[in-house]
Each structure stands twice: as C-alpha cells, then as structure tokens.
Design a protein around this ligand. Sequence first.
Ligand code: PDD
Length: 284
Amino acid sequence: MSRVAYVAGQYLPHRQAAVHIEDRGYQFGDGVYEVIAVTGGHLVDEGRHLARLHRSLTELRINQPMSDSALKIVIREVVRRNGVDTGIVYLQVTRGVAPRDHAFPKAAKPVLVVTSRRSRPPDPRLGREGIAVITIPDIRWQRCDIKSIALVAAVLGKQQAREASAYEAWQVDREGQVTEGTSTNAWIVTADNTVVTRATDHAILNGVTRAAILDIIHREGYRLDERPFTVAEAKAAPEAFLTSTTADLLPIVRIDGAPVADGKPGPLSRKLRDAYFRHAAAAA
Ligand code: PDD
C-alpha cells in the first residue's frame, strides 16, 4: 500500500507531499505537533492529544486549522488510507506561509499536515531487560509545556544518548533536578514505594502517557509524589522508568553507566507497564 499524507487540505502521495519554503514552521519552527499511537486500529487517548494540541495552539496564538470533529475525520482517513493497524499518527500545525518576518503575518492561514505510518512498538526486550539513560544539561527554552516543533535541543540530546549507547538523555535543570527526557517523561520509585515524577510546570511537557499512568496509580492506590528529583536521588532509587506515546513505559536499569538497584527492571515499573498496555488496548 503506498503512503498518503494530508497536507493543507489535500490527500497526496507521500513522495509528492511538501510544504512551501516560506512555511513558518520551516523558517522559524513556528508551529506545534502531536504524536498519537494507533493500537489494534484505534487511536490511544485521542481526546487528551487533541486537548493538548489546542492548548499548544492557544499558547502560541495560532488559529485552529479546523474543528475537532473535522480533524478527527482527517486523522481517521489518513490512518485508513495508510492501512495502519499498529503505528503512529503525526499531526503538525504551523502558523502558515508568509514572507519571512518574525512578527505574526496578518493574513497567513495555519497549515495542517497529518501523516501516519506503521511502526512496531519498542522491542519487547527493552521492556523486559530495561534501558539506559544518560544525563545532560537542559538547554531548552522556558516553555517546554508547549509541544513546539522547534526540537533542536532534543535532537542534540537524543544524538548524545545514541552515541553513548543509551536509549534516552535525561535533561537536568540549573538546580540539578531532572526535568524530563528529550522525548519522554521521567519517573523514579523511592524506597517506600512512592512513585515520583515532576509536577507539570513550564519545564516539562504534560505527557499523555504520563496522565494515563497517573490514572493507573490513583486507581490502584499506589503512593504518588509529584515533585522534582535530583540525578543523585534517581541513581540511588530502587526503580526508574520513562514514558511516552512511542516508548510506552520502559524501565531504566542504568543511569550514566551505573546500575539502578540490581540492574533489573523493578516490580512496580513492571506492574505499571502491564497496566498501561491494558489501558492502551482499550482506550479510544
Ligand atoms: N514525544 N516530553 C517530551 C519532551 C516529549 O517530546 C514527549 C513526547 C513526552 C511524552 O509525551 P506523550 O506521553 O504525550 O507522548 C514528554 C513524542 C512522542 C515525540 O516527540 O515523538
């Protein structure tokens, strides 16, 4: 099946799908995006993703390109035309096309792009055996709550992780507290079995997977503390893990080369991972 992309009102063969060279996303990174998982043919937590898209657009004062009900139709049509049963949907909205000038153009129309592709979930071995993270300074801007397409700091961080044979880089703020991974939220479990993750402020993205895990924690009655933690606390913690739409929940077994506890995924991380899969299989 040949791939199809939705670009500014048209369904186009993927090879021919393109945006204008003066699209403000291309020139300024002036836009926002979402990545939604498709599992067994349904969209996982679509409502939360669309709510976050609206929030990102509102914060950047970009008009919504179409109503939610129209957007849902386009998303489903792109998934259908690409024959995606398990994979992702990528949604991007930029401020539009206009002669290059930093201030907002008077008459630009937002440009919506929707693509979808099949992708396997992360190798189950990563879930069973756990992954490594490194820590790096957080050099991003001060509005990481907005899901902006300006991702060069994340690009550099993820590349640094790859070169260190790690799955992810945890970014650390000036106070020595972990903010989040380059494309994932960061979690630890303390010795008294309390799950700890940074509260949603301007320093992190309000992850949709994070929200689903919080629901599970509340439902199952696990202890939770939404607060920042340091790298030292994480290195001494019995368990650590990360979450995102594409990673699901992955246990962390090494931080900066040192093993977390005995270097094996912890029991609570495993339980939350299993519960998350049940949620993703059911959640529309
Ligand atoms: N990344 N933090 C950052 C900086 C992210 O980019 C992401 C998502 C997350 C996790 O959010 P969610 O659970 O809603 O996926 C946290 C997406 C998947 C990406 O850039 O591909």
